[in-house]
Design a binder for this molecule. Structure first.
Ligand SMILES: Cc1cc2nc3c(=O)[nH]c(=O)nc-3n(C[C@H](O)[C@H](O)[C@H](O)COP(=O)(O)OP(=O)(O)OC[C@H]3O[C@@H](n4cnc5c(N)ncnc54)[C@H](O)[C@@H]3O)c2cc1C
Length: 391
């Protein structure tokens, strides 16, 4: 039987960041990954919001660019809905460790100004539905206006290498088959050799994403998720394009991220009705003149309705395994990093994990219960503020 103080299952953004922080604090950590951690390529649009970059800086002490991650700032966004489209120029936010506070303050000011303008405009529009939507959506504080994009593998490689360089142990192609909570033992299997073995832990952490096996073994339930589709495409446009579909609570995206771009979509109301999603995906690609040369892949995202931080004594969940995801945008990198930092602090006797995660839980709950309002308001905003599409 192997032994470790802290056993972390899943070497993604959350698990590897937690491992890095714990190694920096001199803890004994063992990370399990069901794939080949260095080769895996997570399906992701690769957008890093400024709160994610801030969390990255809090963990690694560097901005993304200082870490050599070469991001592409999102400069312009075109939002389409039915026959209308609305263009929005994003505020410049080139963060550096020193300029951080000032930049964030400027970004928040800009967001609030933008939200206030939209509200005023819609009030003048006089339509009852729009007024209601905006009134309800007034509680939505985007709080994030700086977006950068990069190929996700580059980001994940940095986080994993930081953990390994800090002396972290990693078992590839390994997963958990059962958990004995009383004995604090995880029964594991190497998926290549099929060899089974036990690992004794003091603390067990599920960082194994939206389909978390740790969560399932400890609670007997799968978490509530929705399907996202995505494929890389050539970089044809430097502008981000979003097709809003308020009726399905979802959207299609085209996101430039340096050498290439990605297209993808997530529709919450359709759940996993694959054929409907694929039909709309194809229609949006055709509308943009995009020919699909690469395979479209699918992955699940938590829908934010099912957050769970501590499923059992000595056991914790972080990132998507905890159900931390923004129901409105589908974004979750910032939650992965924030939950990793909060748990690392808690395991070193600082604030409890629950306490530190309170603001994140409130945000997830708010976005989840208001998602239909945000999507409806989004559609109205594009209709009122936008202009008729030219193509
Ligand atoms: C199509 C798509 C686009 C997205 N775009 C964005 C975006 O642009 N910006 C953003 O912020 N978020 C985005 N997200 C969400 C974001 O990718 C996740 O929120 C984030 O990766 C969560 O990090 P995590 O470490 O919790 O999980 P993951 O990154 O999924 O890592 C989990 C790790 O656990 C491993 N694992 C899984 N099961 C097991 C098991 N049984 N045993 C051992 N290991 C296991 C996996 O192989 C993986 O390495 C997107 C998601 C999808 C699906």
């Amino acid at each position: 039987m192997q032994e470790t103080d802290i056993l972390v299952v899943g070497a993604g953004a959350a698990g590897a960041s937690l491992g890095y922080l714990l190694k920096q604090a001199g803890k004994d950590v063992l990370l399990l990954e069901m794939l080949d951690a260095k080769k895996k390529n997570k399906l992701c649009a690769g957008i890093i919001e400024h709160r994610a970059e801030q969390a990255f800086m809090d963990i690694f002490g560097k901005t993304l660019d200082e870490a050599g991650l070469a991001t592409m700032p999102m400069e312009k966004m075109l939002v389409r809905h039915d026959a209308y489209e609305m263009s929005h120029t994003m505020p410049k936010n080139n963060q550096s460790a020193q300029g951080k506070t000032q930049d964030l303050a400027r970004a928040d000011e800009k967001t609030q100004g933008f939200a206030a303008n939209l509200r005023n405009y819609l009030k003048k529009g006089g339509k009852i539905a729009a007024k209601m939507a905006v009134k309800k959506a007034a509680g939505y504080e985007p709080g994030v206006v700086s977006y950068k994009a990069l190929p996700r593998k580059r980001f994940d490689d940095y986080v994993l290498n930081s953990y390994l360089e800090a002396g972290g142990r990693l078992l590839d192609h390994t997963t958990v088959r059962s958990i004995d909570k009383e004995r604090q033992v995880a029964r594991c299997v190497n998926l290549v050799t099929k060899k089974t073995f036990e690992i004794k832990y003091n603390t067990l952490v599920g960082a194994d994403g939206a389909t978390s096996i740790v969560r399932r073994l400890l609670t007997g339930k799968r978490q509530s998720t929705t399907l996202a589709l995505e494929a890389p495409v050539p970089l044809t446009l430097r502008e981000t394009v979003i097709y809003l579909r308020p009726v399905d609570h979802g959207y299609f995206w085209y996101i430039p991220r340096g050498k290439d771009a990605t297209v993808g979509c997530v529709y919450h109301k359709l759940g996993c009705r694959d054929s409907e999603i694929r039909k709309h995906f194809a229609a949006c690609c055709a509308d943009m003149g995009i020919k699909m040369e690469n395979k479209i892949r699918g992955a699940l995202i938590p829908d934010g309705s099912d957050v769970l931080l501590q499923p059992a004594e000595h056991c914790f969940l972080i990132g998507e395994a905890a159900g931390l995801s923004d129901n409105f945008t589908g974004g979750g990198i910032h939650y992965a990093l924030l939950s990793a930092k909060a748990l690392a602090d808690a395991l070193q006797g600082k604030k409890t994990y629950d306490e530190a995660m309170k603001p994140q839980l409130d945000a997830v709950h708010k976005n989840c219960s208001n998602a239909n309002i945000y999507f409806a308001a989004g559609g109205k905003v594009v209709e009122f503020l936008g202009k008729k599409k030219t193509n």
